[in-house]
Design a binder for this molecule. Structure first.
Ligand code: ZN
Length: 360
């Protein structure tokens, strides 16, 4: 387990103050190295959305607790961290759940977090855990990349041989689980998305203007291409919100404790030095925004949404149309289902054809 005790005041309530979570029983039986106490103390909450089979989609929302040491006037970097979008990659869910205990490390406290360790609970909890959800859909091929309706079914048939483990669904974000991730990206507007998978033992990266990580722990970068409907393609290429895909080396056996901690620390360091906050804030109002943020934080509100709404009309010009997207209040962004801007790269045929595996 990660070494930090789960006793850090507001971000990790003591066990006797946490109501029993009925979902922990089935989950811990499937999650290597996660104890019942760790699940109960995880402070995960039902998001209000549920899987096909009605299992709550669980999330932990953690505001930034301390200012950015190097840039105290900057809004916090917002990180969306998800695990288990493929239900049979059990370690991917375990490691994200265990990392919840390390949120009081210094660098992590500078970021604002949305953390969902179990994006595909039906796949995880199936009699035999499955990659796909209860509708047989690969959630990581179900995101609304450009020309999804043409490309995703064609890719599935021609390139995967209609592999049932990679069925993209009949329409983009047709599934409640992928829809939930899509909505989180729209509403939370993360500066970076980190998605944990297994078992290919590499890092992958999708993004247009961010320096990729070279390694987290023993995992080395190996960029292998993009697929229609994948989260990396949708968020990293289409929306220019960088996506780091962590592929653990084994789906059922957790890395050693030291490696779990090292991946986490390397990830935090990379985010701190390479990810820029896209929350708009202009210099002349930054002081008041900071005060608003402080007040909102004390009140337990969503700091970033407050700041973003307050300053969205006064930000300086930005260089790309994709960046401009983040300046629009979340509620005014229409879901890009059928005609997103033609910004995404096509499927990387060369890379895909040379690789037998299809990570993530
Ligand atoms: Zn996967």
């Amino acid at each position: 387990m990660v070494t930090l005790p789960a006793t850090a005041g507001s971000i990790a309530p003591a066990a006797d103050t946490v109501p029993a979570n009925p979902w922990c029983g089935p989950l811990v039986r499937r999650l290597p190295k996660v104890t019942m106490a760790q699940c109960q103390n995880s402070a995960l909450k039902a998001s209000g959305k549920v899987s096909i089979k009605g299992f709550p989609l669980l999330v932990r929302e953690v505001p930034a607790r301390i200012k950015n040491a190097e840039h105290p006037d900057q809004p916090p970097i917002k990180v969306l961290l998800i695990g288990g979008i493929h239900g049979d990659e059990r370690t991917a869910s375990s490691i994200v759940l265990l990392w919840l205990e390390a949120l009081n490390k210094p660098v992590a406290g500078e970021f604002e977090w949305r953390i969902a360790p179990l994006v595909n609970p039906d796949g995880l909890l199936a009699a035999k855990s499955t990659r796909v959800n209860a509708n047989g859909v690969d959630l990581n091929r179900n995101f609304p990349t450009p020309n999804w309706l043409q490309e995703a079914p064609l890719y599935w048939k021609k390139r995967t041989g209609s592999d049932p483990r990679r069925f993209p669904g009949k329409a983009p974000i047709s599934e409640p689980e992928s829809r939930w991730v899509f909505d989180e990206i729209e509403h939370f507007q993360p500066d970076v998305v980190i998605s944990v998978h297994a078992p290919f033992g590499v890092l992958d990266f999708d993004g247009l203007s961010t320096t990729p990580p070279s390694r987290f722990g023993r995992l080395m970068i190996d960029r292998v291409g993009v697929y229609p409907g994948s989260l990396g393609n949708y968020s990293g290429v289409h929306k220019n919100i960088p996506v780091v895909t962590i592929e653990l080396p084994n789906s059922l056996v957790m890395p050693a404790d030291a490696e779990v901690a090292r991946i986490w620390q390397d990830m935090l360091n990379w985010v701190q030095h390479n990810v820029k906050s896209q929350t708009p804030v202009s210099s002349h109002i930054s002081a008041s925004a900071s005060e608003s943020a402080k007040t909102a934080e004390q009140a337990g509100q969503d700091v970033a949404v407050q700041v973003s709404t307050a300053v969205s009309e006064t930000v300086p010009s930005v260089s790309t149309p994709e960046s401009a997207l983040v300046l629009v209040p979340a509620q005014s962004i229409a879901p890009a289902l059928t005609a997103p801007p033609a910004l995404a790269a096509p499927v990387n045929e060369g890379s895909v054809s040379k690789t037998i595996k299809e990570p993530a």
